[in-house]
Design a protein around this ligand. Structure first.
Ligand code: NDP
Length: 393
């Protein structure tokens, strides 16, 4: 018997809720809460009657969130609101001594910079409270960290290089839209690139480094080097690592729109004066762009996200590719969401399931690669995210 409180009824929240309902033996009571009750009602209507309870909460408010955690009797909180809420929800969990899980690391609304520092600083407090915090249990971060841990456990004595390769070859038919929260997405891709080599972070201009990668079941795609948060924890936890990079695919049309929007200042996060009112350009842009949740029924094609790891096993060089392919239309048929929300929401449910079943246990704050990858990899195969490992020359 376990009660899960899911906070954030957006694209990812919808998938987490559907998947928890499909795993009723673990999640015996499911409560979905969000800033607006109507967001919860929309998801509730997609599910069998009585499958979930819903509530309103402002997760920026620690006391309000803690009161809800106590009221529903949560055993775990799955935070799939925005990265801005990570610290307040963590504080509410610490206050109520309830386990915590999220899918994206903390970002300050006024500064386009994300890092684990402030969340890692809560490790002692979580230990003292006797609770576990699992950070970044989405796909990337999330499954990609677990892929690295799996490679380390089963294929290598030492891993020297890792490339994380994220391809979304889905087509929604709009000239420009983002597959998840536009503000978070555009802040991420318009920022400078960064990778880690020989103990140092090396900064690049946005989209400066490009390669073409042939993604199984998708084909060759332009892939651009970006900074991505899982690298910050992986450089600490993967043995012998000399270099780690992250690449994401973007089509020409997406990049052309993004550059134009950036050039006219529409990606700005500083308020500007407009007819006597202050508006934040990127927030205004979000209002104009299609709601990511509305892309589900229109999106066709596949995603392929994986890692290529190179290193040594028994003194011999070795290179492997672990990847997962999802089909947008199949995801929509199952949970009424496209593959980007699906591939994030399913790992969030799996992380919570493993914690509640005692397969992933600990006191303090953890990143995914610190835990045994095997139960997670097994669950991925059972819960709709089958993966493959291939050896490369
Ligand atoms: P959405 O914008 O679709 O959903 C976010 C939800 O959070 C909204 O429904 C919103 O509520 C709710 N919310 C916002 N502020 C508050 C608040 N103060 N209190 C309570 N609820 C709030 O985003 P996504 O579903 O696309 O993304 C969710 C999370 O998943 C993000 O953190 C994102 O960065 C992360 N993510 C992680 C990925 C990974 O692979 N690790 C990939 C993609 C996303 P309402 O609707 O009620 O106003």
């Amino acid at each position: 018997m376990a009660t899960v409180l899911i906070i954030g009824a957006g694209g990812v929240g919808g998938v987490v809720t559907h998947k928890c309902v499909l795993n009723k033996e673990t999640f015996t009571k499911i409560v979905l809460a969000s800033r607006r009750l109507e967001s919860c009602e929309k998801i509730q209507k997609q599910l069998p009657e009585g499958a979930i309870e819903i509530a309103q909460v402002d997760a920026d408010n620690v006391d309000e969130t803690a009161a809800l955690i106590e009221k529903v009797g949560a055993d775990i909180v799955i935070n799939v609101a925005l990265p801005y809420q990570d610290l307040t929800i963590m504080d509410a969990c610490r206050k109520t001594k309830v386990d915590y899980l999220d899918t994206a690391n903390y970002e300050h609304p006024d500064e386009a910079k994300f890092e684990y520092k402030l969340q890692w600083q809560k490790d002692e407090q979580f230990k003292e409270a006797g609770i576990m915090g699992l950070l970044g249990s989405g796909f990337d971060p999330g499954a990609t960290n677990v892929f690295c841990a799996y490679a380390q456990k089963h294929y290598f004595d030492e891993i020297h290089t890792i490339d994380i390769l994220d391809c979304n070859a889905g087509d929604h038919g709009y000239p420009f839209a983002t597959n998840f929260n536009p503000e978070i997405n555009l802040r991420e891709v318009s920022a400078k690139g960064r990778y880690w080599e020989n103990g140092e972070w090396i900064e690049t201009e946005p989209m400066e480094i490009k390669m073409v990668w042939d993604y199984p079941e998708v084909g060759p795609k332009d892939s651009y080097l970006l900074y991505h948060e899982e690298m910050e924890s992986l450089v600490k936890h993967i043995k012998g690592l000399k270099r780690i990079r992250f690449f994401m695919t973007f089509g020409e049309s997406y990049l052309m729109h993004m550059r134009a929007l950036e050039n006219v200042g529409m990606l700005g996060i500083e308020p500007v004066e407009h007819k006597g009112q202050k508006i934040i350009p990127i927030e205004f842009l979000k209002t104009l762009l299609p709601d990511p949740a509305s892309l589900g029924p229109r999106t066709k094609g596949k995603t392929n996200i994986g890692i290529v790891a190179e290193g040594l096993k028994d003194g011999q060089k070795k290179k492997i590719y672990i990847y997962q392919v999802s089909d947008h239309e199949k995801c929509f048929a199952e949970v009424q969401s496209q593959a980007v929300s699906y591939t994030t929401g399913v790992p969030a449910m799996i992380g919570a399931k493993l914690m509640l079943e005692g397969k992933w246990q600990g006191k303090g704050v953890f990143n995914m690669e610190q835990l045994d990858p095997d139960p997670f990899m097994n669950e991925m195969n059972k819960q709709g995210l089958p993966w493959k490992v291939i050896e490369l020359d």
